[in-house]
Design a protein around this ligand. Structure first.
Ligand SMILES: Nc1ncnc2c1ncn2[C@@H]1O[C@H](COP(=O)(O)OP(=O)(O)OP(=O)(O)O)[C@@H](O)[C@H]1O
Ligand SMILES: [Mg+2]
Length: 380
């Protein structure tokens, strides 16, 4: 469980004053506003600072140094710094902890998320406080959808968008592990509260039930479970909800598109031909459902040797970019195959947080930035 930090704010600020950018000498203490500082039972410290959007790129280079220095604080065994960017004036506020919303049925339609060309919602609006809903999908399994969904969602949070992450992979929920959450969502006034992790709100079935039990769920139960994750969870007001879908084009996809008007889809593929064929199916499915495809991500694009720096194109390279051009959908970027991407998923610290300056971290952040821009266009 997270607890208040066992040291004074003066101690913390003194330390943050010593962490400065080489470019302009800007310190974390002067540039950042303290949002939260917690230490869990194992001594893991999570510090969240809000920084001006224009200074975020310069300050993000300080994360590694900050993590090392923060580890020297009393009772701290490991530390992570989260920087979230200020929104420009007039734009929505950044994440500010759990908020309550009245039940969906009691809310008017106005102010909810927009279908943006998607199918009309059949019932009353399900997520009235959510402006944009984006699905992360692929035709083929194991290409990195969940890894993309986590890093995209946390990256969007770092861009200053109030972000939620829903794990709609009922058969194989994995986001709770990738986010490193151990607690169960609390129930307040009969509604589940999303877990707060890395600046975003998240709910995965893996937080609620035994993973083995989840795997035996069948068609109608899948639909019921997804409905519940949408309607029985107090998602509150969000700029964007990222939904991690299971592989293929099955029950989860249909129930989601029937239940909520998706604003867009991000398709993940490796550069391999077989994966690209499946990616094409994914694009076609969303086009049939009249959900705009925001773009294609090429994951495991090439292997970058950590010893000699040589890039090897294990699955070919550039296939997704070529395919995106052929299908007339945007290409969002390529992410290399890297051991630290796998280990960050296993350790529960998304790469955009744990190593924002690594090759993978920079790739995800650039993709999140592009998607954030696309979202602003959608919401305009
Ligand atoms: N770029 C990468 N470099 C190294 N490992 C990666 C990369 N992307 C994903 N992985 C690893 O590959 C495995 C599969 O990734 P992930 O679970 O994100 O795929 P998925 O498409 O969601 O799978 P599923 O179809 O089962 O839901 C995980 O162990 C993940 O850590
Ligand atoms: Mg997955």
């Amino acid at each position: 469980m997270a607890q208040t930090a066992p040291f004074s704010s003066d101690t913390l600020m003194d330390l943050l004053r010593t962490i400065r950018t080489p470019q302009t000498g800007l310190s974390l203490a002067s540039a950042g506003r303290l949002e939260s500082c917690t230490v869990d039972d194992t001594g893991r410290l999570t510090l969240t600072l809000t920084v001006p959007r224009e200074q975020a790129p310069e300050l993000s280079g300080l994360c590694d140094e900050a993590a090392q220095k923060l580890q020297t604080l009393p009772n701290v065994t490991s530390a992570t710094l989260i920087l979230t960017a200020h929104r420009p004036a007039g734009a929505p506020e950044p994440n500010t902890g759990p908020q309550r919303s009245t039940p969906a049925a009691a809310q008017p339609a106005a102010g909810g998320h927009r279908p943006l060309g998607g199918p009309a919602a059949p019932d009353a609006p399900v997520l009235p406080g959510v402006k944009t809903i984006i699905a992360v999908a692929s035709g083929k399994g194991g290409v990195g959808k969940s890894t993309t969904a986590v890093n995209l969602a946390v990256g969007l949070g770092m861009e200053g968008l109030k972000t939620g992450l829903l794990d709609a992979d009922i058969h194989g929920p994995s986001l709770h592990r990738m986010l490193g959450t151990t607690g169960k969502p609390e129930v307040v006034e009969g509604r589940l509260q999303p877990v707060q992790a890395w600046g975003i709100r998240a709910v995965s079935l893996g937080m609620l039930v035994d993973e083995k039990a989840a795997m035996i769920w069948r068609g109608p139960m899948v639909m019921g479970a997804i409905n519940q994750l949408l309607t029985d969870v107090d998602w509150g007001d969000l700029d964007v909800m990222v939904v991690d879908l299971p592989p293929g084009t099955g029950d989860a996809h249909l129930s989601l598109t029937q239940k909520v008007p998706l604003s867009g889809a991000v398709i993940v593929s490796t550069p391999q031909d077989i994966a690209l064929i499946d990616a094409r199916r994914g694009v076609t499915m969303f086009e049939k459902l009249k959900v705009p495809v925001l773009g294609l991500v090429e994951n495991m694009s090439y292997f970058c040797c950590p010893n000699c720096g040589h890039n090897t194109e294990l699955f070919g390279h550039g296939g997704a970019r070529h395919e995106a051009e052929a299908m007339g959908v945007p290409f969002l970027g390529e992410v290399p195959l890297l051991a630290d991407i796998r280990s960050s998923a296993d350790s529960g610290v998304p790469l955009v947080i744990g190593a924002p300056q690594s090759e993978g971290g920079k790739a995800w952040r650039a993709i999140a930035h592009t998607v954030a821009t696309a979202i602003q266009t959608l919401q305009a």
